[in-house]
Design a protein around this ligand. Structure first.
Ligand code: IPE
Ligand code: IPE
Ligand code: MG
Length: 254
């Protein structure tokens, strides 16, 4: 089912964000600060993923989305890229069974065609195995870029319309949104970026339109349940107005 854009209708206000999206940044700096190779930071980062998945499940977060590899990360040294791919495979192999046992549905979104066949096959198997699970959806964004997502959605939308339906004026946000890679999820309520940078780095461009943004200097390998609670506490202090006034929100609530 496609979700209505939160820029058009108010999502149910809840104390725990329904959808948390995270840019897991700072692995390299975590490692170099300890005189370790950058790859050691990525290894430690996988442990943080495990902790945060568990913490989100316990707190009732329905959708957790993790930026693991951006379309720009191919620009890194080849050995770092290949290690990241290997880590991804090992993590899939190790974690999918446990996720499945905990009722977690796993999705991997991005341009997967650039990954080698074996990795693509593993992703496919993991998605199939967990497809029926309903406790929480964990989405890993791999070779993902927000601009790629919007472009592929436009292409799919035009293809679905066929030659007869190319009237540009008739396109709506809803029609395009149905074709975004994460059309199965509501837009993120809470966006978190670790590692101190305050930028979006081509993550979910369309879907972050009205998300609450939270930045922390903590490096991703040091991020865990306690840090997540700080982010959620900050989120709970925000007034989500979606263009309206505070008075209007009070009126609506009464
Ligand atoms: C995030 O950590 C992980 C990936 C991008 C794969 P970085 O590797 O970007 O760590 P820093 O930013 O160099 O510290
Ligand atoms: C963003 O981190 C991508 C992921 C966390 C996967 P980067 O570390 O690659 O971001 P920039 O390039 O510094 O903005
Ligand atoms: Mg980085």
């Amino acid at each position: 089912m496609a979700h209505t854009s939160s820029t058009q209708s108010l999502p149910a206000s809840s104390t725990v964000p329904r959808h948390v999206a995270i840019i897991m940044d700072g692995n390299g700096r975590w490692a170099t600060g300890r005189f370790l190779p950058r790859v050691a930071g990525h290894g430690k980062g996988v442990e943080a993923v495990r902790a945060v998945v568990e913490a989100c499940a316990v707190r009732g977060v329905e959708y957790l989305t993790l930026f693991a590899f951006s379309s720009e990360n191919w620009r890194r040294p080849a050995d770092e890229v290949s290690l990241l791919m290997r880590l991804f495979m090992v993590a899939l192999e190790r974690e999918v069974g446990k996720m499945h046992a905990n009722g977690i549905r796993l999705k991997v979104v991005g341009d997967l065609s650039r990954f080698d066949d074996k990795l693509q096959q593993m992703i496919d198997n993991a998605e199939r195995k967990t497809a029926g699970n309903t406790a929480m959806t964990v989405t890993v964004c791999a070779n993902y870029g927000g601009r790629w997502d919007v472009m592929q959605a436009v292409q799919k939308m035009l293809a679905a319309r066929g030659a007869a339906g190319q009237d540009a004026a008739a396109f709506s946000e809803e029609e395009l949104a149905q074709h975004l890679a994460m059309a199965y999820a509501p837009e993120p309520d809470l966006f978190i970026r670790t590692g101190g940078e305050q930028r979006i780095s081509n993550f979910l461009l369309w879907q972050l339109a009205y998300s609450e943004l939270y930045f922390t200097d903590t490096y991703w390998p040091d991020f865990g349940a306690e840090e997540l609670d700080k982010a959620i506490a900050s989120y709970q202090q925000r007034e989500r107005r979606f263009g309206r006034t505070s008075a209007q929100l009070l009126e609506q609530a009464s």
